[in-house]
Ligand binder design. Structure first.
Ligand code: GLU
Ligand code: MG
Length: 453
């Protein structure tokens, strides 16, 4: 038996010592050292295992490499964008240090011989780069902890599977369990791969648009849930390709279809649930009330973190799609942006604002920042939406597009107060570049309607 065919006994999270032994045994050859970029994608290198181990053993134990700073200043096409303080042509897109966050080290049994390590981008002094998504989230976690709360979150993610340019299933098969074989095979593969990669799943389900799936995750620590989400998304895309399929996480993959990334969130003190209600239709606890108050006040100013590109706003343009259209809240009401759900220890806020493509670190950070403000200022709980949220006009509509969202984000004081000027300038600039890019683009729809008009 060669090292290539040796079974690897490792599953999920592993220690640095286990990595060293596996690399020496030859069962792990390569470590993907990854940094989430501003869109939440994993960017990094495939580091040769032996060289990496030597480097960290001989070095400071955490520096695993360097990478071009444009990882934090580029768009979906990986075009290097200008106008950022962090980096640009003015400094030739310098290197950032890449430091390991060792407790995140895991194996990916669906990609044999590979391990994956989440890392943080640091400057030349080794200080964290404040506009890096993990660091933005870390700051907001610190703030909430200072107020005495520990959040737990669980994601609910939707995506659409395509075979060629057609959805894999051609009808709404919401809650169906009779999957066609190709879909069943893909889900089965994912059901094996995710726990083996250290990611617990609550449920898979067919969703309400052709080819759409939903995956829900149990609640866990916030950074862990976001790191896991990035690995999950990477695995979905990878396994889809292995099955000859394409997975799209666009928020509005085609006109009229919406895919969301819902955030289920609860607050805890000494492992005691601070949102616990006897039923989702009961009166919210005081802590939950202030949290909702904070979200309703701040979310309109933080929208580029929930919906970073122009496509994401098309998701809010579809009434009765189950995607929200206003900053509303309600008791177990799926038309609202914030739905109170669950009971007892599962009582939670389901924050339904983010589109499927959103960066999980930024969605979590924005939500926590808004909640911390609500708790700090003891903001009052507004009246709930009691009926059809799509026609209730007591709540502010979500912005129609990224330009409107950017105005509130960049020129109001709320985002600056909650996130700091550096973060607002960086993500405001990213949004502006995206708007300018899309603004120039002549679309198929314009050509179809106007060529012969
Ligand atoms: N697809 C809807 C959205 O974009 C959510 C459907 C659901 O309630 O799970 O948010
Ligand atoms: Mg769903």
């Amino acid at each position: 038996m060669t090292a290539d065919t040796l079974p690897d006994p490792l599953r999920g999270l592993i220690s640095r010592d286990e990595l060293r032994e596996a690399v020496q045994r030859g069962t792990i050859r390569t470590v993907m050292t990854v940094v989430p970029d501003i869109l939440g994608r994993l960017k990094g290198k495939r580091a040769a295992g032996l060289a990496l181990i030597e480097r960290v053993d001989d070095g400071d134990g955490i520096r695993v490499g360097e990478a071009c700073s444009y990882i934090l200043a580029s768009n979906a096409d990986m075009a290097p964008l200008e106008g950022f303080d962090l980096t640009s042509w003015h400094d030739g897109y310098h290197d950032m240090g890449i430091n390991a966050d060792w407790p995140t080290l895991r194996v990916l049994p669906h990609m044999p011989h590979l391990a994956l390590l989440h890392c943080d981008a640091v400057d030349t002094d080794g200080a964290p780069i404040e506009v890096a998504p993990r660091q933005i989230l870390r700051r907001q976690l610190e703030r909430l902890r200072e107020l005495g709360y520990e959040p737990k979150i669980g994601w609910e993610s939707e995506f659409v599977l395509y075979s060629g340019d057609q959805p894999l299933v051609n009808r709404n098969s919401d809650y169906d369990l009779g999957f066609p074989p190709r879909l069943g095979d893909f889900i089965g593969h994912l059901e094996d791969a995710l726990p083996d990669a250290g990611i617990e799943v609550e449920a898979f389900k067919a969703e309400g648009a052709p080819g759409q799936l939903e995956v829900t995750f149990p609640k866990s620590g916030v950074m862990e849930a976001c790191d896991n989400f990035t690995v999950y998304k990477h695995a979905v895309k990878h396994l889809a390709r292995r099955h000859g399929l394409t997975a799209s996480f666009m928020a509005a993959p085609v006109t009229g279809v919406t895919s969301g990334l819902h955030l289920n969130l609860s607050l805890w003190q000494d492992e005691q649930p601070q949102f616990a209600m006897p039923s989702p239709r009961a009166q919210p606890t005081q802590t939950m009330g202030h949290s909702i108050g904070g979200l309703i006040a701040a979310v309109p100013h933080l929208m580029p973190l929930f919906a970073a590109n122009t496509n994401a706003y098309k998701r809010y343009a579809v009434p009765h799609s189950f995607a929200p259209q206003s900053t509303s809240w309600g008791l177990d009401n799926r038309g609202c942006a914030i739905r109170v759900a669950g009971h007892g220890t599962s009582s939670r806020l389901e924050i339904r604002i983010a589109g499927a493509d959103a960066n999980p670190y930024l969605v979590a950070a924005a939500s926590l920042a808004a909640i911390a403000q609500g708790l700090d200022e003891k903001l009052a709980l507004p009246n709930p939406c009691l009926g059809d949220a799509y026609i209730d006009d007591t709540f502010a509509p979500l912005p129609r597009d990224l330009s409107e969202a950017l105005k509130a984000f960049r020129y109001g004081h709320v985002a600056r107060d909650l996130l700091g000027m550096q973060v607002v300038a960086h993500y405001g600039r990213a949004a502006q570049v995206e708007i300018d890019e899309q603004h120039r683009e002549v679309t198929d729809v314009e050509r179809r309607r106007l060529t012969l008009a």
